[in-house]
Write a protein that binds this ligand. Sequence first.
Ligand code: C5P
Length: 247
Amino acid sequence: EATAVVVVAAGSGERLGYGMPKAKVPLGGETILTHALRGVAAADVARQICVAVPAGDLELRELCEEFRQELGVDGPLITVVDGGSTRAASVRAALGAVLEGTRAVLVHDAARALTPERVFHRVAVALSSGAKAVIPAIPVVDTVKMVAETDGDDAGIAPEIVTGTAPREQLRAVQTPQGFDFETLLRAHAAAATFDDEQAAAVTDDAMLVELLGVPVHAVRGASQSLKITTPLDLIIAEGLLEGPLG
Ligand code: C5P
């Protein structure tokens, strides 16, 4: 079946503190984006890989071009688009360049550069078994609570107050690649394009937009190696994974 993988790599990488887009940050002698693209190509699930890079970033475009040459003529089509100001806007830009006739789209964070092939396969298998939306998920180890800013008498004690505790056994930390029926994902993103700034800021993955349509979202097993490289600590962990037995 005709599948495309969208790789979003248009983030600023501010939290990593390298002073450059995260996709360019070195990891094991290469960039985060190169590792991410290798992982996608190795999984061999797509006829097209569509990459969203920061608008006007010629270096990352060049890197995608080098990768295209590395794959050769038999490899998937590599398409590069300018990303947007939010992750969802970057996904939308990439969806606009997906080939006609595509049935399924996997949306993947470049920041999850070490995602194992088996996770791509689990998502692809669930899609071909009829799911319209599939996400990789792992159990949560921390207890997760809701908080609110304190006001009134409590304000002098601490900045936040706990308003509830989520039952941990029902919680999952979700990862990418998230897989969708192409038409369903287009509908979900068309709805999101009309959000105001506050609503847009609350969109942290693609599956939540599909949930808003009332379409069931299925969860398969993710992997701890799929961590989203976000902070300097994550980069140390990723370097360790590359050097260690899991690399
Ligand atoms: O910032 P966040 O952790 O949500 O980023 C997740 C992924 O989305 C990263 O791979 C990042 O490059 C991408 N992103 C993007 N365009 C943005 C913001 C984030 O492609 N405007």
